[in-house]
Ligand binder design. Structure first.
Ligand code: UD1
Ligand code: CA
Length: 453
């Protein structure tokens, strides 16, 4: 049987105090509604219908997919009215799952349970027991069976005492849903067409209402303002951290890690506090990440160490390498096996060969550096003439003395040596020593200036 998912996202989200539609506010750098869409895809949705009210253009520009259809709800007349906007698209003989664009953390396993719970002649409903049910629709049961939902504003004192609450998430047959929605009335305390009224309609036809429940409340919580959004972000991050630890990673503090993308790990990976992972990051076996690192779209090889306060983006760090503390490895850089980069070294589009070292205070841009090269402290590749970028090539076993400027394009051959403090603008041949600096003069009996009266 096919599955269609209707995602309600028509609310304006006034309390976000934002020009962005509410559902585009992000958890882990991804719009809330995209988390919902991902979950829908994970339970094999054939079609997804997004019911929107505001910011349709921004939404359709940001959220795309062949399985996605945008359905406008011009006026927000209630959740039942919202789902009804999508009914022209729904087939009679399919399952329809209703989700919410601002409820981003529902687990796929929970949705699967809801789908599995649905009786052939009836629907299934995701409910949750809350110690404080204020504001939620209450689940009304008779001799154990669900017979209806009553909204907070329409409830009697007796009904208000019910702790089992409606999450809003439900699954029904398409044909049933269309019939029930067509017969909704807005004769209630809020003057809205309540989706929740379909439960009584289902019961009145003698059909069954099964229930499923999330593992934790956070799975069914929505974000109406930025305080709630931040709370969901922390919940999401803790979930990611726990998944990493259960996968074998050691985290110094699971409350101090942020994963805004995909983090793949090998065995015995150790991560210290306050690290941020963005895009797609791979940490191979035995990798150690120090405190306060930002890693984006990069691969860190086996037993490599990224020391504290290092930023790596769009780069490959080879096996057994060490980087940092306070290093910045920018896109297009590759550190080959067992190479080392130390504090205050910046690399851009640079290849550092196996066993090579650049320990301190250096800029390496557009450079191709061979094996076992020592790049002295304070080396600068002058790769930019104000208009063009040029390459610096350094051969195997070369030695670059401290405080050297390498004016690109320039070629330092293998086993060449460059004296400290040199400005090298001409190629250096194999095994040559190049020294390019002012000659030292020592002046005897030098009198230092005296203070003027
Ligand atoms: C709804 C449920 C309530 C449940 C609660 C869970 C109904 C009548 N009530 O109440 O039983 O406990 O959610 O949070 O369904 N929306 C639209 N178009 C509309 C109205 C709403 O797209 O015309 C969307 C909103 O953007 C929001 C969601 O539907 O994402 C829920 O709407 P809201 O008005 O917040 O419903 P509640 O009153 O919280
Ligand atoms: Ca609500």
């Amino acid at each position: 049987m096919s599955l269609s998912v209707v995602i309600l996202a028509a609310g304006k989200g006034t309390r976000m105090k934002s020009s962005l539609p509410k559902v585009l506010h992000a958890i882990a750098d991804k719009p809330m509604v995209e988390h919902v869409i991902d979950a829908a895809r994970c339970v094999n949705a054939d079609n997804i219908y997004m019911v929107y009210g505001f910011g349709g253009e921004i939404l359709q520009a940001r959220i795309t997919g062949e399985d996605l259809t945008f359905v406008e709800q011009a006026e927000q007349l209630g959740t039942g009215h919202a789902v009804n906007m999508a009914t022209p698209y729904l087939k009679d003989d399919e399952n329809v799952l209703v989700l919410y664009g601002d409820v981003p953390l529902t687990k796929v396993s929970t949705l699967q349970q809801l789908i599995d719970a649905k009786p052939d002649n009836g629907m299934s409903l995701l409910t949750v027991n809350l110690t404080n049910p204020t504001g939620y629709g209450r689940i009304v049961r008779e001799s154990g069976n669900v017979v209806g939902i009553v909204e907070q504003k329409d409830a009697t004192a007796e009904e208000l005492a019910i702790n089992e609450c409606n999450t809003g998430i439900l699954l029904a047959n398409g044909g049933d849903l269309k019939r029930w929605l067509a017969n909704l009335s807005n004769d209630n305390a809020q003057g809205e067409y309540y989706l929740t009224d379909i439960i009584a309609a289902c019961h009145n036809e003698g059909k069954l209402i099964a229930t499923a429940h999330p593992e934790t409340e956070v799975e069914v919580e929505g974000a109406n303002n930025r305080v709630q959004l931040a709370a969901l972000e922390r919940a999401f991050q803790l979930r990611e951290a726990e998944a990493l630890m259960l996968n074998g990673a050691s985290l110094r503090d699971p409350n101090r890690i942020d994963i805004r993308g995909k983090l793949l790990i090998g065995q015995e990976v150790k991560i210290d506090v306050n690290c941020i992972f963005e895009g797609e990051v791979v940490l191979a076996d035995g990798v150690k990440i120090g405190a306060n690192c930002i890693l984006k779209d990069c691969t860190i090889g086996e037993f490599a160490e990224v020391k504290p306060n290092t930023i790596v983006e769009g780069a490959v760090i080879g096996d057994l390498c060490s980087v940092g503390p306070f290093a910045r490895i920018r896109p297009g850089s590759v550190m080959n096996k067992d190479s080392h980069v130390g504090n205050f070294v910046e690399m851009k589009k640079t290849i550092l060969g196996e066993g090579s070292k650049s320990g301190h205070l250096t800029y390496l841009g557009d450079a191709n550096i061979g094996q076992n090269v020592n790049v002295g402290a304070g080396t600068i590749t002058c790769n930019y003439d104000g208009v063009n970028k040029s390459q610096t090539i350094i051969g195997d076993n070369a030695f670059i003395g401290s405080n050297t400027s390498l004016v690109a394009p320039v070629f330092i051959s293998e086993k060449a040596t460059v004296g400290a403090g040199s400005v090298i603008a001409k190629d250096v041949e194999k095994e040559q020593l190049a020294v390019a600096r002012g000659k030292q003069r020592n002046i005897d009996g030098w009198q230092r200036p005296t203070k003027k009266q």
